[in-house]
Design a protein around this ligand. Structure first.
Ligand SMILES: Nc1ncnc2c1ncn2[C@@H]1O[C@H](COP(=O)(O)OP(=O)(O)OP(=O)(O)O)[C@@H](O)[C@H]1O
Ligand SMILES: Cc1cn([C@H]2C[C@H](O)[C@@H](COP(=O)(O)O)O2)c(=O)[nH]c1=O
Length: 208
């Protein structure tokens, strides 16, 4: 994005570890003295809260529009201002979540793309994938708070497949994308890898 900050998105299937890694990356950046904002989608705005708490009631096109409306509001009210202030924004889920989850929810892929076409590409998007059975076990052990978290081997496999398929498509669209296929490594190792990628793309503040 054309702003002095850096927009970093962490993506991947439910249970892969996005929230855990977002927290670790945020804490490490904060400890190093960098200006950082950790956020997530759906956001904490009233639209985001409606989407997050309503995945049992809202489905298909209605949910696709709700999460897109929340995304544009989030960009306008929280992400954009933080980037203009020079912060590193670390966001748990963004457009790729809609391209995967809304498609799994029966929304036409082209419609989901068009709905999100005005959401700018982040400066770096990390897509985490991993063996669907391991991801499924982590999600099951953590517990479900959404229709998309239900314990379903077929859905976990489909999410993993769809995220992998998105990688080349987004790169062709000009997105800077880091793909990491997780094994058994701890979340701290994943966070370190992401921090290295971030630092290689964002010179230290004193160099800018
Ligand atoms: N590298 C890891 N190794 C082992 N367990 C992990 C790892 N990363 C995360 N976990 C655990 O897996 C579970 C799911 O992690 P987390 O909630 O961060 O995933 P998520 O991708 O944000 O999921 P969702 O999209 O469903 O909210 C949590 O219990 C977390 O503690
Ligand atoms: C960004 C985004 C989210 N959703 C849905 C999927 C989940 O039910 C929640 C997010 O909760 P999680 O703890 O991060 O898994 O919102 C969606 O359907 N589409 C989206 O683009």
């Amino acid at each position: 994005m054309n702003a002095p900050g850096f927009f970093l998105v962490i993506e991947g299937p439910s249970g892969i570890g996005k929230t855990t890694v977002t927290g670790l990356v945020h804490d490490e950046l904060q400890a190093s003295g960098a200006p950082v904002l950790a956020t997530k989608e759906p956001s904490t705005s009233p639209i985001g809260a409606m989407a997050r708490s309503g995945t049992h009631d809202y489905r298909g096109l209605a949910l696709a529009c709700l999460v897109a409306a929340d995304r544009y509001h989030h960009l306008d009210q929280e992400i954009g201002p933080a980037l203009r202030d020079g912060a590193i924004v670390v966001c748990d889920r963004y457009v790729p979540s809609s391209l995967v989850l809304q498609a799994l929810d029966g929304v036409d892929a082209e419609f989901a793309r068009q709905l999100n076409q005005h959401a700018p590409p982040p400066d770096l998007t990390v897509i985490l994938t991993g063996a669907p059975e391991r991801t499924r076990k982590r999600a099951r052990d953590r517990g479900a708070s959404s229709r998309f978290h239900r314990d379903d081997a077929t859905r976990h496999a489909a999410e993993d497949r769809m995220y992998r398929a998105l990688i080349s498509e987004l790169r062709k669209g000009g997105w800077d994308l880091l793909h990491h296929d997780l094994g058994d490594e701890p979340a701290a190792d994943v966070a370190r890898l992401i921090l290295d990628a971030l630092r290689s793309r964002r010179p230290a503040r004193s160099d800018r």
